[in-house]
Write a protein that binds this ligand. Structure first.
Ligand code: FAD
Length: 328
């Protein structure tokens, strides 16, 4: 039997997010040869973004060019997603592992009477065809194996858990679905407040993160962290000691009361490795710690550790990265 999987793309500032391509990678990881993968894009930039989405290996992309869907509000998006999933006869809906994807997943599941699982890092089939999923729990200290008994499921995948498929030359058709989601009903956005973030990639989405802690000693010295991050094309993070001191805004904070990140590479500089920090970054693929105290707990989770003075190591590392990458 052919199963249908609907992958939801997310567009920000007119561009399809890389994490949406990872969601297609997740769909391909669980699809059989006869399964059909379809995409859905919503908002005014849907049609423009559809070729890049389709090129990830989708059989078709449905577009809802409704301006009311530009921002991923759970109430309006869930209505559009459930309508598209029903029209496609889908049994599985997969969303990117962004804050919006996780937010929307629950609402879609409730509306569509489906199971919802977020933070998914592996997808397979159990005997009998049921979905079998893995997701990290307890801040990445354990992995939960979930078997979905419901006939339908909504998944939000963990950032960087699935590779984005290499683009194909596919010219999958883009179809127009009607908009008209009506009034927003149970919620209305009153406005947006700009949250100051670091230069470079988004912290929650970045493949490389460089974070600084109290070891940098002063707000001005944090530029050392930012220069290393710039040389690596990385996002900048911080421990709570840094944000509490007001050296950088709270939007930089990684950890229990900050952001959870799962980059390919996490560089922790002058961060001791308190449990509240670890829960936000311990699932990173490779962890590098720079700390003058060889007993610092961060070294227990680090793949590579450098024991020494960050004020000597970080500028040298930045120079070397710039030299290797040919940055003037
Ligand atoms: C409810 C609650 C929630 C919390 N949530 C978070 C959270 O979300 N995120 C978070 O990060 N914390 C959180 N915390 C705080 C957490 O417990 C730690 O206090 C905090 O992470 C410590 O930050 P730090 O590692 O930068 O500072 P410290 O623990 O002071 O560590 C500084 C490190 O820098 C090293 N160092 C000093 N000088 C140098 C040098 N010259 N070169 C190299 N290394 C040097 C030291 O050896 C030390 O290991 C929370 C705490 C509570 C109670």
């Amino acid at each position: 039997m052919t199963a249908r999987v609907l992958v939801i793309g997310e567009i920000r500032d007119g561009h399809l997010l890389a994490s949406s391509l990872e969601a297609v990678g997740a769909a391909r990881a669980c699809a059989g040869p006869s399964d059909r993968l379809e995409g859905l894009l919503v908002g005014p930039a849907a049609a423009a973004a559809s070729p890049a989405f389709a090129a990830a290996g989708l059989a078709s992309v449905a577009c809802v060019a409704d301006a009311a869907l530009e921002r991923p509000t759970p109430w309006a998006w869930s209505r559009a997603i459930v309508a598209a999933a029903t029209a496609a006869g889908a049994e599985l809906v997969i969303l990117a592992g962004t804050a919006a994807g996780r937010d929307v997943a629950g609402r879609v599941a409730a509306r569509w009477e489906a199971a919802a699982v977020t933070g998914v890092t592996a997808i397979g089939r159990a005997p009998g065809g049921r979905l079998r999923l893995s997701r990290p729990v307890f801040g990445g200290r354990a992995t939960q194996e979930v078997e979905v008994a419901a006939p339908r499921a909504v998944l939000a995948v963990r950032p960087h858990a699935f590779p984005a498929p290499a683009p194909t030359a596919s010219a999958a058709p883009a179809t127009e679905l009607p908009g008209g989601t009506g009034p927003e009903g149970d919620g209305r956005i009153l406005g947006f407040e700009h949250v100051e973030g670091g230069a470079g990639p988004d912290l929650g989405d970045a493949a490389v993160v460089v974070s600084g802690g109290r070891g940098v000693r002063a707000a001005d010295n944090f530029s050392l962290i930012e220069e290393l991050a710039r040389s690596l094309g990385a996002a900048v993070g911080a421990s709570r000691a840094v944000t509490d001191a007001g050296w950088r805004p709270v939007s930089y904070q990684v950890g229990q009361t900050g952001k959870s990140v799962t980059p390919q590479l996490y560089v922790a500089v002058g961060i001791s490795g308190a449990i509240q920090h670890l829960v936000g970054m311990v699932s990173s693929r490779v962890i590098v710690a720079i700390n003058s105290d060889a007993q610092a707990p961060i070294f227990r989770v680090a793949d590579y550790g450098i024991v020494g003075d960050l004020f000597a190591i970080v500028p040298a590392l930045t120079r070397e990265v710039r030299r290797v990458r040919g940055i003037a």
